[in-house]
Write a protein that binds this ligand. Sequence first.
Ligand code: AMP
Ligand code: MG
Length: 465
Amino acid sequence: MSLHIPFDNSYAELPAGFYTRLNPTPVKRADILAWNTPLAEELGIEGTDPTVFAGTTVPDGAAPLAQLYAGHQFGNYNPQLGDGRAILLGEVIDQTGQRRDIQLKGSGPTPYSRMGDGRAWLGPVLREYVVSEAMHALGIPTTRALAAVATGEPVYREQGALPGAVLTRIAASHLRVGTFQIFAHRGQIDELGTLTDYAIARHHPDADGPLGLLKAVCAAQSDLVAAWMSVGFIHGVMNTDNCTISGETIDYGPCAFMDAYHEGRVFSSIDQMGRYAFGNQPRIAVWNMAQLATALIQLFNDKEQAVEDATAIVHAMPGQLQAAWLRRFGAKIGLNDPTSDDQSLIEDLLTLMQTDGADFTNTFANLHTDQARDQFTDRDAFDAWAERWRTRGPDMDLMRRTNPEIIPRNHRIEAMIEAAVAGDMAPFERLMMALGTPFDLPADFDDLRRPPTEAEIVPATFCGT
Ligand code: AMP
Ligand code: MG
């Protein structure tokens, strides 16, 4: 089959200590389950060859490698992580002039696999495909999904033997806080400097030096996390190795969109302490930036001054996040220019929602109708709130443009995966179709707006990688 990918690789030109070159491991079959035609066009990819996206064939122009990085996992530093089940095939310059990574995930073991098998099963692959594309349709920065391919090989997990799959992930880059941490912790200052220059040139060309980069990443992460909050998204594993320099959402593991609103909501089965609970995400984003700051400080001779400057940047982030949050939630209730008074208006609504377990998405999508009112048991309290709100003159058009009518609900994803495992991709296709236009959902997808019934609730998500 003919495939042309216009590779233009830059990471492979960095010093050898940044990665290990190796090919993906060939697999038995290569059955395309999903292919993202518009994205392929955006990337300038012509034709297709499933064996490339299964990792069996290395395409012309690729420079396959596994990237090295470290990271704090649940607050504890792990001195070496790296791509344990992913291979960067290379980069392309897309139609808009942006450099993008093409990475296979689930493509076999690497020197960084530690105890893992380097593989992924169909469930997490399709979950990431659906959720990352939904995120993109919501207008939130994210890695994208180009292809999902079934390998025809079993992958063994707690549940037993499961069908193996490979995801092709597209990213602005895979640079993360952990990429900086590994060189800083090892005292490899030359590499740290090279990485910093590379990251500035690739992502934040206006940034002035390491502290300029820190400032730019703090801004990007503030916007990102505020955007997550505004759609009820819980990332689930905000470790520093899953925190990008580009400001894209990455690594859809045990992530989930909330149904009933609760600030303390946690889905991930491994997050016992609730470190990455919904309402903690802004604090964790700041914590992650403090780790980036700690790494970047190593580049300075005058450490005392660098610490002072970096601290000021990180300390400014909660304010940036708060401002981004207010803009996002202000728009959700129809206010273009929310004031600090509106902050309490929004918070009061969230408190009512939390008390009644109101559905996050549907409450905002229907705020101007009785359907929202019906979400509340204390109707008087809601009516009193709504009266305050109406005096602010909310812009209904803004609300329609801002509040999605559909999010990838967990129970739908689980049902989609179950069907796919049984060979039925129809629920996947339907979900993808509906999630493609979240602000203008055709009536035949109305059933997908419905929150889960008691029996349908998915209480936890598993890394189950
Ligand atoms: P994650 O939680 O997906 O961000 O992964 C954390 C680290 O574990 C990364 O270094 C991954 O490459 C590695 N990892 C996760 N699952 C596997 C697997 N099945 N095989 C090898 N490495 C893995
Ligand atoms: Mg990761």
